[in-house]
Design a protein around this ligand. Structure first.
Ligand SMILES: [Cu+2]
Length: 174
């Protein structure tokens, strides 16, 4: 077996793994977490699944504040914040379906449009019946609980990759 075939196989395995594994969504795309980004059109261009991650990249003049509900989001009411981040490169795990609201903690930035609404759907196996808004997502904070289904598929994907790579390595040796 030639070297090219091995590279090809590893490439395919990597692609499969990427498909199954969680996606990282860089909030705002290339411009990142910045007032110049159009977050509404950015978020509507993405599909957020349970197990995916949001990545907020920004300069020190900004921060990330998670808001508890739609009305706080609409009114830019930061007093109800659930969580606040300020590292400049924050990763937020989307651990369950529902809607989450994020804005910038810097005075005035929310009003300038620096806010984003994230609708999270159940991952894997395009299940169309996802309980959308209605129920007020009051409690949605950290990322301690990992969705069983998504972590199982992640485990399977990693296993698949390891098996494929070792298989290819063995073939190339003999
Ligand atoms: Cu800001």
């Amino acid at each position: 077996m030639g070297c090219k075939n091995i590279i090809l196989l590893v490439l395919i395995a990597t692609l499969i793994t990427k498909e199954v594994l969680a996606t990282q969504h860089v909030v705002g795309g290339n411009q990142g977490w910045d007032p110049s980004s159009d977050f509404d059109s950015w978020s509507s261009s993405q599909t957020f699944k349970v197990g995916d991650q949001l990545v907020f990249k920004y300069s020190s003049m900004h921060s990330v504040v998670e808001l508890g509900n739609e009305s706080a989001y609409t009114k830019c009411d930061i007093s109800t914040s659930l969580n606040s981040l300020s590292s400049g490169k924050d990763v937020v795990k989307l651990d369950k379906p529902g809607t989450r609201y994020f804005t910038c903690g810097t005075l005035g930035h929310c009003g300038q449009g620096m806010k984003v609404k994230i609708k999270i759907v159940k991952g894997n196996g395009s299940s169309s019946s996802v309980s959308s808004p209605s129920s007020s997502p009051s409690s949605s904070s950290s990322s301690t609980t990992s969705g069983d289904a998504s972590s199982a598929s992640q485990y399977f994907a990693s296993l698949l990759l390891i098996v494929t790579i070792s298989f290819v390595t063995m073939i190339s040796l003999f």
